[in-house]
Design a protein around this ligand. Sequence first.
Ligand code: HEM
Length: 131
Amino acid sequence: MSDDVTVNAFFDEVGGQAFFERLAHAFYQHVTADDVLAPMYPPDDLPGAERRLALFLTQYWGGPTTYSQERGHPRLRMRHMPFKVNPEARDHWLTCMRLALDELAPAPAARAAFDDYFDRAAHAMLNTFDA
Ligand code: HEM
């Protein structure tokens, strides 16, 4: 079976890679308007950051593995070490993601799965309590 054929029902039902591209796009609209988060992201490579998030989420939720082909093993906690992810940043990140999910309005069961996942993932990314 070729790489781009998915057998993941959840991934298909939610709308496939296009869903995660739209989610990452909506998320970054909020990030760039957020006073805590905006300064943390590369101003000259926001489309790149958006693409990395879309590809990671696509892979995580059962779609094509382009993310790891381009970036290797996700090692997300390690990749976030250069950034100060304190409780405030985490909460702003989660707010941006929830707003993006509100806009895309996936079916309730999918929304519950995303809320649960993003909540756990964002809490796991915390790497400092410094203000
Ligand atoms: C908790 C607060 C978080 C903050 C403040 C944060 C911040 C950042 C920043 C500043 C970057 C660099 C942008 C880039 O050039 O790609 C980044 C990258 C990334 N973040 Fe986060 N992040 C957070 C949580 C998360 C979570 C929960 C996920 C996944 C569910 C995630 C997934 C990613 C991915 C996939 C990348 C790109 C990694 C790569 O270089 O390949 N982040 N994040």
